[in-house]
Design a protein around this ligand. Structure first.
Ligand SMILES: Nc1nc2c(ncn2[C@@H]2O[C@H](COP(=O)(O)OP(=O)(O)OP(=O)(O)O)[C@@H](O)[C@H]2O)c(=O)[nH]1
Ligand SMILES: [Mg+2]
Length: 469
């Protein structure tokens, strides 16, 4: 998501960042380009207008012009304002409220309501150990009932046994009674969609809402529809009333205009974003992270979270100790690589680093595929004896040749890798001494300067370091 905007902002801000002093003239230039990029990204014009006005006022004030690093400050202001547009803090479902938590999903046809109901059930079950009941309240299409019941089975939660032909009100009443009887924590109601907003749909939803008295009424909108998504949201907000929005299909939306407009236009926060058709594709929406990502500052926080999920604390501590003492071995390195593969592979990780999307572009086509590169390195390490892995210094010419043969690589490959590994070890030691502050600086350097191949293998220790936070 936001691919285009990321590219455009990357270019604009690179220019600004590099300047020692900023003048009104070049701030205005940059702002004009920012404005154009936002419009191109299909951000609602009213949002663009107020955004630019805010940034301009702050950027032309003393805050920037009198500062020592005006370029950086300008970028910070843009990031700040982007975050504000999207709602500042992440909107979260309050799970401490008195159960049962009742979530009513609504939206146009094909927006992704049913899929999202499944994803949400999974998230609440897996991450928060909630007992969930999925309620098919879409009585327009018989297949819709079956679709949700199938999802419930896949996720491993209960589904209400909606019968074809039942009135929606009866489904809701009986489902609520069942939740109470079984003491379940959450009920998620999946409603019918329409091609467009019509009176009948709105009436049906208003009724359902009155009956259910949902804790959260969430509108599911397809981000790919851009400005339309925002208009639909405004309409639902006015006619039925919504507490927030779930933006789906962000995987298919390179522009991101809906995500940037919906909050400001409707006043309704974005609670979650959906990507992909698989059931694990639902995430909390963090405005700050998204803003930083758009500005090429990298989605470091998401990355850290992802890392923490895959990597246990104890191991991270052990590793940090090793890095400090300089006895990080090839065996440790291999373990790190395995972990990265669990996290979805190098490509995913690089994309979240500052400047990551630019790096990926540079590597596109000609450069080595980082994931394949990892496989090759793994093959080399696999061809070493345990002793060689812990003491790489004993690797003389003939051992290296054997490893090249064993791993289907060349002597040059092995030499290059070992050289990088040694450099990396040196750097890790330095990094560990610098502490988190220095680490961020180093990450920035790596993000900006790492070309294909060379810098890549420096990433594993970087990940180990960040985990110490
Ligand atoms: N790429 C992508 N596809 C999605 C996402 N969410 C849903 N889909 C797909 O979009 C299509 C419609 O999804 P549904 O969940 O059936 O949508 P709905 O809103 O329930 O549709 P109706 O019940 O007909 O109103 C399906 O093919 C889903 O797999 C998403 O986040 N990304
Ligand atoms: Mg549906």
């Amino acid at each position: 998501m936001f691919g285009n905007l990321e590219d455009r902002f990357g270019d604009i801000l690179k220019k600004v960042r590099g300047q020692g002093t900023l003048s009104e003239a070049n701030i205005k230039d940059a702002l004009r380009e920012v404005r154009l990029s936002l419009l191109e990204a299909d951000v609602h014009f009213s949002v663009v207008k107020s955004f630019i006005a805010e940034v301009k006022e702050r950027a032309l004030g003393n805050e920037v012009l009198a500062s020592l690093s005006p370029g950086q400050d300008f970028v910070r202001i843009v990031a700040d304002e982007l975050t504000k547009v999207m709602g500042s803090a992440a909107a979260e479902i309050d799970l401490r409220a008195k159960p049962p938590l009742k979530i009513l999903l609504m939206g146009l046809q094909g927006a992704g309501k049913t899929t999202t109901a499944g994803k949400l059930a999974r998230l609440l079950k897996e991450k928060h150990q909630k007992e969930v009941l999925l309620v098919p309240a879409d009585l327009q299409r018989p297949a819709a009932i079956h679709q949700l019941q199938t999802l419930a089975r896949q996720v491993g939660v209960d589904a209400f046994d909606t019968q074809v032909g039942m009135p929606v009100s009866k489904v809701c009443q009986q489902a609520l009674a069942q939740v109470d009887r079984r003491g379940q924590d959450v009920a998620i109601f999946d409603t019918a969609g329409r091609l467009a907003i019509d009176l009948e749909l709105m009436e049906e939803l208003r009724e359902a809402k009155q009956l259910i008295e949902p804790t959260y009424t969430l509108l599911v909108v397809d981000a790919m529809t851009g400005q339309d998504a925002v208009n639909v949201a405004a309409e639902f907000k006015a006619q039925v009333g919504i507490d927030g929005v779930i933006l789906t299909k962000l995987d298919g939306d390179a522009r991101g205009g809906a995500a940037l407009s919906v909050r400001q236009v409707t006043g309704a926060p974005i609670y979650f974003t959906g990507t992909g058709e698989k059931l694990d594709g639902l995430e909390l929406f963090h405005p700050e992270r998204v803003a930083q990502r758009i500005l090429g500052m990298g989605d470091m926080l998401s990355l850290i979270e992802k890392t923490q999920k895959t990597y246990d604390e104890k191991k991270a501590k052990q590793l940090a100790k090793k890095m400090k003492r300089d006895d990080f071995t090839l065996e440790d390195f291999r373990e790190q690589m395995a972990m990265m593969q669990q996290m979805g592979g190098m490509k995913d990780i690089i994309k979240m680093l500052p400047g990551g999307s630019q790096i990926m572009k540079q590597m596109g086509g000609s450069g080595p595929d980082p994931d394949k590169e990892l496989l090759r390195i793994e093959a080399m390490i696999n061809s070493m004896t345990p002793k060689e892995r812990t003491k790489p210094d004993i690797l003389d010419g003939s051992r290296r040749k054997r490893i090249a043969n064993g791993s289907g690589t060349s002597l040059t490959d092995v030499n290059a890798f070992l050289k990088r590994f040694k450099n990396m070890r040196k750097m890790m030691k330095k990094m560990m001494k610098m502490g988190p502050g220095g680490l961020m600086g180093m990450m920035k350097q790596m993000g900006g300067g790492a070309g294909p191949g060379g810098g890549m293998s420096l990433r594993p220790p970087g990940m180990g370091g960040r985990r110490r936070r």
